[in-house]
Write a protein that binds this ligand. Structure first.
Ligand code: HEC
Length: 450
């Protein structure tokens, strides 16, 4: 992708390290949010279809509430869904600059699908609340004598229903596809053998580890959204006050079960993912944080079991907190692996940076026409010699104090100030900054040779 090379300039090593911290921090927020969207959509669609099958409207209510809670608010979608995606895209463009371009394509594709997926999730949420409202008002409205309004009501209701049915499914599909490509990007980046090797679509779809990482994220989504819903239903502001006890039963039985089940299979995928890294990749932090994520999960089983068995609903706060910690530890572990691997890459980029910086300097040099020898001969030689006093003092006397202070010397040459009472002030030679810098460097090197 040549356009990228033109867009992004090489970064220094320190800057690349900073970019890794930045992308890590963004991911710590973004992964749980993505998880809430995926888990929320999936659960909502599941209970929606369950309400059709069992013709129990309580499930439909549950489905509507799930998507409403897990999408929080529209501005949360922008803040946690769309802004991080764009930030990540820009940081990865810098981190992956020039070396392995096809890997960047997968990050790009992933985020490219996640944005419309996020938007559609909100369309689903709002069309869901609208269609619920329509059916609730149906009876009151059908008594109205205004047939024209009734007709419009019916078409609008039907359209909203169709929108609801489609948007939910498509939102989920887009998010799952986006997550797959994102997993492909991370997996390929942490597989050094893949660098420069085949990273085409076929190779990606037949790569088991990409699927494993994808499944890990999907299952993590259920842990997070389950944990969050438990938190909202049973802890936040004292928990929801249920009017209908059969509805309360549905919530109380289903949510801890989903969270516990997904929590139980998650360690398997974490281990598979961790085992993939060759021995030299086991930096301490990688290992430590994978370990932490599993330990945290084990603690949350305990709370979930307590909720299910002994009805201790206040445990919901802990379950959600632990689910978030699991997600953060996984992100940190993966980021550690990523920066470990891209370290080699970073070295190359750092080198590129030095090279391009040198090129830049050369370009400025010729463009500004810095002809060091020419300036020195015509502008300085008239008043200075290296070892004899002319009009000004000999360089051998004055330059030692500028050792390692090239910038300071350049500043003096560009803009002379009174120094020594035995001499008149040096007249300003009207040099440009880069000319002064080049002359300063030159005489500092030269005086020692003479
Ligand atoms: C017209 C005469 C004149 C020319 C031309 C001139 N200088 Fe000087 N330079 C002086 C004098 C006089 C001083 C002593 C100033 C003082 O001590 O305040 C001086 C001082 C210096 C010093 C010592 C500064 C210090 O901190 O003690 C340096 C270095 C120097 N000049 C570099 C240069 C360079 C490089 C050029 C060419 C771009 C140059 N000068 C051109 C007259 C000149």
């Amino acid at each position: 992708m040549e356009f990228l090379d033109k867009l992004v300039s090489p970064q220094s090593l320190e800057h690349l390290k900073l970019l890794h911290y930045l992308s890590g921090m963004v991911l710590i927020l973004f992964v749980p949010f993505l998880g809430m969207l995926i888990g929320g959509l999936w659960l909502s669609l599941y209970y929606k279809s369950k309400s059709v099958k069992t013709s129990n409207t309580a499930y439909l209510k549950f489905a509507g509430e799930i998507i409403e809670h897990t999408t929080i608010t529209k501005s949360a979608g922008v803040a946690f869904g769309i802004v991080p995606v764009i930030t990540l895209l820009m940081t990865y463009a810098q981190i992956l600059h020039t070396v392995e371009n096809t890997i960047f394509v997968y990050f790009f594709l992933g985020l490219f699908f996640i944005i419309p997926g996020t938007v559609l999730a909100y369309v689903f949420r709002y069309s869901f609340s609208f269609s619920t409202l329509y059916s609730e008002l149906k009876e009151n409205i059908s008594q109205s004598k205004n047939t024209d309004a009734l007709k419009r009501y019916d078409t609008l209701a039907e359209k909203t229903l169709r929108l609801k049915q489609r948007s939910g499914r498509w939102a989920l599909i887009f998010l799952l596809v986006g997550t797959f490509f994102f997993s492909a990007g991370v997996t390929l980046l942490t597989t050094p053998q893949a660098w420069g090797a085949s990273t085409g679509l076929i190779a990606v779809f037949s790569n088991v580890y990409i699927w494993m990482r994808w499944l890990m994220i999907v299952i993590l989504s259920f842990v997070i959204s389950g944990g969050y819903l438990l938190f909202i239903y049973f802890f936040w502001e004292g928990g929801v006050k249920f009017i209908d006890s059969s509805y309360q039963d549905i919530v109380k039985k289903n949510l801890p079960k989903v969270t516990l089940l997904s929590g139980l299979v998650l360690p398997l995928f974490i281990l598979v993912n961790a085992s993939r890294f060759p021995a030299q990749a086991y930096s301490n932090s990688l290992f430590f944080f994978f370990f932490v994520s599993i330990i945290v999960l084990f603690i949350s089983y305990h709370f979930l079991y307590d909720m299910l068995r002994n009805n201790h609903t206040k445990r919901a706060m802990w379950v959600f907190f632990l689910a978030l910690s699991t997600s953060s530890s996984i992100v940190i572990a993966e980021e550690a692996a990523l920066s470990g691997y891209s370290h080699k890459h970073a070295l190359i980029l750092g080198l590129n940076y030095d090279k391009s910086y040198a090129e830049l300097q050369k370009a400025v040099g010729t463009a500004g026409g810095v002809d060091v020898a020419g300036i020195f001969n015509t502008k300085c030689l008239a008043c200075h010699s290296f070892d004899k006093k002319v009009v000004g003092p000999p360089y051998k006397e004055t330059l030692p104090k500028y050792e390692g202070k090239t910038a300071q010397l350049a500043e003096f040459i560009k803009n002379p100030v009174k120094k020594n009472p035995d001499y008149p002030i040096m007249p300003n030679q009207g040099l440009k900054p880069q000319e002064a810098a080049a002359i300063a460097k030159f005489i500092l090197e030269e005086y020692k040779k003479r």
